[in-house]
Design a protein around this ligand. Structure first.
Ligand SMILES: [Mn+2]
Length: 438
């Protein structure tokens, strides 16, 4: 908290503010035709101070004073927000509980240059703050305070990974036993991690077989699988005090040549992913690592026979976009209070890396996901099938692997301060299971 106070004081001074008022967020209606609301997704800047997901609360920060937490505790016999999972952090605050929105406004400072930190402009107006209070440059500077994680934040991310790992183990076992639907597996994850669906850091991706080629497959199948050779891609996380784990594993099941070949692909992506995690070090830009991933993937495609040996050089395959047809998304992204965290994509990626979410020069304390994959997405493969390098690919093998959808392996890694040390892998230290044939 002292660290945060120093950072906020410097940003406010630089941008001409005397204080900051942070809004926890407002409940969003599920439909304007009804009076039901989504659970609150708190404003991450507010959560940076206070892991509290209650609507319309405020943190007031004034340099040199203890931060003030204004909690809106309405008397409501319909619902009450959940208690936070811990309350040790309250010691750092002066806390004022108020019973209505007017009470929140009365508790806020006035007559100073105040920065409003939140995404709800109506609330800014309600709270009597003028339009200058909402300043994009100030928000960007506050975002930058979240790029480098403190030991406390890394401990939260590690705990989130421990929780997610338990869910992955339970889902793996249920999938390998067979006879379950994607929805069953999703519910298995929620039960094993004691999370409600709205509490997971992002919607679980649970994709059996061909569905793994839909990168964000969340329309879960209801029918139990009929057994036989197939795959499961599970991208599912957990949180600790607002901090997210983002973890993906891919498992295969069953026998036969295609299952064995897909198992080999999973093992190959796993080995490549481990090497990429070991290359996470201070200095180069994240985009350099993303480029290295495409070189490694091109070699992997040749190793498993998708790219015919001797048909095309690595450079030729890269220039023809072969690896990009199998891996359209970025190698990873920054991780913290947001699953796609702030501060690491201040410059846009090169045009040939359109979906890359992190371009920053890698520095100690940054936390990234490393999540290479290989997918059989027909809309991306179709141009290759008829293009100038079509003959360099074994399309019979591609078509045999396509029913398995794809593979992604994703860990959360911390960039070490020591240039000779390996990056800390928060996921593997909890869960060293990458899938592969069983
Ligand atoms: Mn991710």
């Amino acid at each position: 908290m002292a660290h945060l106070s120093v950072g906020y004081a410097a940003v406010l001074a630089r941008h001409g503010f005397d204080a900051a008022v942070l809004h926890s967020g407002r409940l969003q209606k599920r439909s304007s035709f009804d009076d039901q609301y989504w659970p609150l997704r708190a404003v991450p800047h507010f959560q940076h101070w206070a892991p509290l997901a209650w609507p319309d609360c405020a943190v007031v920060f004034e340099p040199g004073r203890r931060p003030l937490l204004v909690r809106l505790r309405t008397v409501d016999f319909w619902e009450q927000p959940a208690e936070p999972e811990a309350d040790f952090w309250l010691q750092a605050f002066d806390v004022r509980d108020v019973a209505d929105a007017g009470g929140v406004r009365d508790a806020l400072p006035s007559g100073q240059r105040i920065a409003f930190v939140g995404d709800d402009d109506e609330r800014r107006v309600d709270w009597g703050l003028d339009a200058h209070a909402r300043d994009a440059a100030t928000i960007r500077a506050l975002d930058a305070l979240r790029t480098t994680k403190t030991p406390y934040e890394i401990a939260c991310l590690a705990e989130a990974n421990r929780r997610a790992a338990g869910g992955h183990r339970a889902v793996r076992d249920a999938f390998l036993a067979g006879g379950v639907s994607e929805l069953d597996l999703h519910l298995t994850f929620l039960r094993a991690t004691a999370q409600d669906d709205s509490e997971t850091p992002y919607k679980n991706i649970v994709a059996v077989g061909r569905n793994a080629a839909v990168l964000h497959h969340i329309a879960y199948g209801r029918r139990p699988d009929a057994g036989g050779a197939t795959s499961l891609l599970l991208d599912a996380g957990a949180t600790c005090l607002g901090y997210a784990a983002d973890v993906t594993r891919t498992w295969t099941r069953g026998s036969g040549a295609a299952a064995a070949a897909f198992g080999g692909l999973v093992a190959g992506v796993d080995a490549m992913q481990r090497r990429l995690c070991d290359q996470v070090e201070r200095g180069p830009s994240f985009e350099t690592l993303h480029d290295a991933c495409h070189v490694a993937l091109t070699h992997l495609l040749a190793d498993i026979g998708v790219l015919r040996r001797g048909s095309l050089s690595v450079e030729g395959a890269l220039a023809a976009g072969v690896s990009r047809a199998f891996l359209p998304h970025g190698l990873g992204h920054s991780l913290g209070l947001q699953v796609h965290d702030v501060g690491c994509a201040l410059r846009p990626p090169r045009p040939d890396n359109p979906w890359l979410r992190a371009t920053v020069d890698i520095a100690p304390g940054h936390v990234f996901t490393i999540e290479p994959g290989v997918y059989f997405i027909e809309s991306l493969l179709a141009p290759l099938r008829v293009g100038p390098v079509a003959g360099a690919l074994d399309w019979a093998l591609v078509d045999a692997l396509a029913p398995f959808g794809g593979v992604r392996i994703e860990d959360d890694v911390v960039v070490p301060a020591d240039p000779l040390a390996r990056a800390r892998n928060l996921t593997r230290e909890q869960f060293d299971d990458a899938g592969g044939p069983v």
